[in-house]
Design a protein around this ligand. Structure first.
Ligand code: FE2
Length: 362
């Protein structure tokens, strides 16, 4: 079968249908098999064969749409490790507790980011697993993956997850992080805050939204804490803890000094909730607020910004799903207005301290 990557939207009806479902918000795709729907909903997983498409942030879908039109030679990422069932990459063997909230089943492709060295997990169903295992490390991926009936869908999914990458992928990733630090590092050091767009992979955003929505819906996450009676909260929840660790190198690079994670807090706000102006405790010297979920579904940024009182005045930060904002939570008073009627909003607060901090991390 000839490649349709040069203009897949026009040439490949199956691919067109898939992308249409991405753009239109269909929750299931044709790649899913019955056997792949047996993942426990109270565990985190990001199954590429059966992504919750309606939960992928819309700006990311548009970016995928643009990216899919690019024609380039792809290779199996040399920094991708395939693990079956309870196997783990060597780097995680000593820290198995970090994945205790994961669905430890099937095949997990662990992709090590060339810039941050963070390991990012993507689950593969039987068909994508067969595709990946059939590829050879040093040979370009065939332009049409005729090894199954997935063809360009497989190529697009695996490419978006960086399991398939262009030859210069590692260089590009390192350059991206360097540019982020060059662009935002001075602002972070001077004013104590910096926006970090698309901080979490959009497929992981979708998987996390599904996961936390399920936990909240089933009563596994309690409502109310000392700051607000109108938010569901989870302290050091295991899956958040995994991403907490993964983000450490990025925030350290931005801060210009080595940091270590202290604690992480997930909060899902109900309409009417308000976050009064406050500063944080000493465990929150460096923080990231990740915008994870919002309803109604935002086209771009959500209408519920965080405000930070900085040495440059009050800064209002609007975030899209998957965006982070880094800030110095001890120094900068921060707050949000009342959340509107029929709106809900979920954030994860990742907190860090300098590596020489000797106080409690709790
Ligand atoms: Fe705070």
């Amino acid at each position: 079968m000839a490649s349709s990557l040069n203009n897949p939207w026009q040439r490949n009806p199956a691919w067109q249908e898939w992308m249409t479902s991405l753009m239109g918000g269909v929750s299931q795709q044709s790649l899913a098999a019955d056997s792949e729907s047996t993942f426990p909903p109270d565990r985190f997983y990001c199954l590429l064969d059966d992504l919750p498409l309606h939960l992928i942030p819309r700006p990311a879908v548009r970016a995928l749409h643009r990216q899919s039109g690019e024609s380039e030679r792809l290779f199996l990422n040399p920094d991708c490790i395939l693990c079956s069932n309870t196997e783990l990459p060597q780097q995680l063997v000593e820290e198995e507790k970090l994945v205790c909230g994961f669905a430890r089943q099937g095949t997990i492709a662990w992709v090590q980011d060339a810039a941050s060295s963070a390991l990012l997990p993507f689950w593969l169903g039987p068909r994508l697993d067969a595709v990946v295992r059939s590829l050879r490390q040093d040979e370009p991926v065939p332009s049409s993956l005729d090894l199954s009936d997935l063809n360009d869908d497989a190529r697009m999914l695996l490419s978006a997850a960086a399991i398939l990458v262009p030859e210069n992928h590692a260089t590009l990733r390192r350059r991206q992080l360097e540019e982020t630090v060059r662009k935002w590092g001075p602002l972070f050091c001077d004013a104590g805050y910096a926006p970090l767009r698309s901080l979490i992979h959009p497929f992981h955003v979708a998987a996390l939204r599904r996961y936390y929505r399920y936990l909240i819906r089933t009563g596994a996450i309690p409502l109310g804490d000392h700051q607000s009676s109108q938010r569901y909260v989870a302290y050091n929840e295991p899956v958040a803890r995994f991403f907490h660790r993964s983000l450490t190198p990025v925030l350290s690079a931005l801060a210009g000094e080595p940091l270590k994670p202290s604690y992480v807090y997930m909060a899902s706000y109900r309409s009417g909730a308000e976050l009064r102006k406050h500063t944080d405790r000493e465990q929150c010297d460096f923080s990231i607020t990740l915008c994870l979920d919002f309803s109604p579904e935002p086209a771009l940024e959500t209408p519920w910004p965080i405000r930070l009182d900085t040495n440059r005045g009050t800064v209002t930060v609007y975030q899209a799903l998957g965006d982070g904002v880094a800030y110095r939570g001890i120094r900068l008073p921060h707050y949000r207005d009342r959340l509107g009627e029929r709106q809900t909003s979920t954030s994860i607060f990742f907190h860090y301290v300098t590596e020489d901090f000797t106080g409690s991390l709790d």
